[in-house]
Ligand binder design. Structure first.
Ligand SMILES: [Zn+2]
Length: 547
């Protein structure tokens, strides 16, 4: 695309170390933007000469500037409102270390809330292992700290704890039977519910707890997008499963409240959106504009790993009958992928276990063989986390399938995954060196927010250092370089979004999306990249975040 011819740039950044990521040694001192795009790069003196009377000029004072980062797999609209509204007791986000810390946060909110109202909080999955108390709080703990309110706190997707008042509202007593697919924990001595509700038993409580409304959904999206900007993220690929967030995004955009760019990936199957309706509308990948567009369709073959629903050929370590679950049978998968492929909709298929990987590959090969098309850029979400055998990698490369691994999962809960999947299947976990050597295209997706924040700098640090949050330097031979790790969130991510002409590098003609960092990530210890402060984030030539 040709840059708009304007008399003067709107914005000039000079005296910096601008890493354009366009080939090696492509460092510039200065850059000029006009009409939302980069119109010139070069040395400070030449670029500053372009300034007109209304041009804003920023002295970078030697600081490093990089292309805006992309996270290719987020659940931002789904989780944004919880990010904004719920009391945060998650140890991956906060410095909560004990039940007392949790109670303190809840009591603080309760002090300002009318008696008898709900206090809703969220913690992290498997936090019981990491709390000093080595257990979750129970209703007695909650009653003691918050006697006059109804309390509900979830720990990941599988466990919610309520206090006595909340259980009462949900009519959960010692006589309430376990619902199908759920369990109400009861004290073995007294037979009374402890407050801990597992799986589908959580729904009994959720049914009486307050729900978020549409205005909260919209504000939550704005809130979560602004959080992305704080970590230098200028584009996300967001999975949506109903029309509501799609409508919300359009309104937010029109209201001028959308400060980062979004590609939506509507989920079909087990969703409020059918692939047929998208196809009937004639939507193809890329529909929309630079801020909001359709990135493809998402579907999920198997379940999640922490709930032990990802589908493997071999059973879970401590559960010899559990192989996980298949949510889409092969016929339906083939059919849906084929129809979307033929309609020009890129597919993003979620597969976590090896059986699901093979089903996804079968479906893609089938579609590509029937109607060959080079530039489909179909993806497998979570492929590249483990079990990337030589055969699977060859199939990926042969059919041009992109892998979207999630190092954040390894970084935060790799130890727990080792426990449930076993060492043998994870000898080659997150094998990014091997994947790149074999020519597999990989881009980074964090699966956040919710369990952990959107933060590609953390993920880049983990890819380069292999140092996990739980302490281990995990499989160091699979380290990749800093440049390769950044590519997963810039150049390659732009390709994955069909946006390589607009994003990924800082070159003339591309969108002026960039992040100014406190230090040069290429010149510090890899592990420290995760703590690098982002000092400024610019999207479309406008400062959208400033520290
Ligand atoms: Zn996901």
């Amino acid at each position: 695309m040709k840059p708009r011819a304007l008399a003067y740039p709107d914005l000039i950044l000079f005296n910096g170390k601008i890493r354009s990521f366009a080939g090696e040694n492509s460092i510039r001192e200065a850059l000029a933007c006009a009409g939302g795009r980069i119109v010139a790069t070069g040395n400070s003196e030449d670029i500053r000469r372009l300034a007109g009377p209304d041009t804003q000029s920023i002295d970078l004072k030697g600081r490093t500037t990089i292309p805006g980062l992309t996270d290719t797999h987020v659940h931002l609209s789904e989780k944004g409102t919880a990010e904004m509204e719920l009391i945060d007791c998650r140890d991956f986000y906060t410095d909560v270390h004990s039940i007392a810390d949790i109670l303190e946060r809840l009591a603080k909110r309760a002090a300002d809330a009318p008696k008898g109202s709900w206090i809703v909080a969220h913690g992290s999955p498997m936090q019981d292992f990491r709390l000093n108390d080595k257990r979750f709080p129970n209703k007695h703990d909650l009653d003691r700290a918050i006697p006059d309110h109804l309390v509900s706190i979830s720990f990941g997707a599988h466990i919610t704890v309520g206090n006595s008042k909340a259980l009462e509202a949900a009519k959960i007593t010692r006589d309430t039977p376990d619902p199908a697919g759920g369990a109400i924990h009861k004290d073995p001595q007294t037979g009374e519910p402890t407050g801990e509700l597992h799986e589908r038993a959580q729904l009994i409580l959720r049914k009486v707890a307050p729900e978020f409304n549409y205005l909260q959904l919209k504000d939550g999206i704005v809130f979560a997008l602004n959080q992305c900007l704080e970590r230098g993220v200028t584009t996300v690929h967001d999975i949506v499963r109903s029309g509501e967030p799609v409508r919300a995004y359009q309104e937010i955009y029109r209201e001028g409240r959308m400060h980062a760019r979004v590609s939506i990936l509507p989920r079909v199957i087990e969703s409020n959106i059918g692939s047929r309706s998208l196809i009937e509308l004639g939507l193809t990948t890329g529909f929309g504009n630079e801020w909001l567009r359709v990135g493809g369709v998402k579907m999920s073959i198997d379940g999640g790993i922490t709930g032990r629903n990802a589908c493997f050929y071999d059973p879970y370590e401590d559960d010899e009958h559990n192989y996980g679950i298949i949510r889409i049978q092969q016929d339906e998968l083939n059919d849906t992928v084929q129809k979307c492929h033929d309609a020009g909709l890129r597919c993003c298929v979620h597969a976590i276990g090896d059986r699901a990987f093979d089903m996804a590959l079968d479906a893609y090969e089938n579609a590509v063989q029937k109607s060959p098309r080079k530039d489909h850029r179909h993806r497998i979400e979570h492929m590249g986390n483990w079990l990337s055998t030589q055969e699977r990698m060859q199939r990926m490369v042969r059919s041009g399938i992109i892998a979207i691994p999630n190092i954040a999962i390894g970084y935060y809960v790799g130890d727990a995954i080792l426990d449930c999947v076993g060492e043998k299947r994870l000898t080659k976990a997150f094998p990014f060196r091997t994947l790149l050597r074999n020519g597999v295209i990989i881009a980074g997706g964090s699966d956040s927010p919710g369990y952990w924040p959107v933060d590609p700098l953390r993920d880049i640090a983990a890819c380069v250092s292999r140092k996990m949050r739980w302490g281990e330097v995990w499989i160091p031979e699979e380290r990749i370089t800093t440049a390769e790790a950044f590519a997963m969130h810039t150049t390659t991510a732009a390709y994955v979004g069909f946006e390589e002409n607009d994003k990924g590098t800082l070159e003339v003609g591309k969108l002026a999306d960039l992040a100014v960092l406190a230090e040069d990530p290429f010149e510090i210890q890899a592990e420290r990249i995760k703590d690098l402060p982002v000092e400024m984030t610019i999207v479309g030539g406008e400062i959208k975040y400033q520290a």
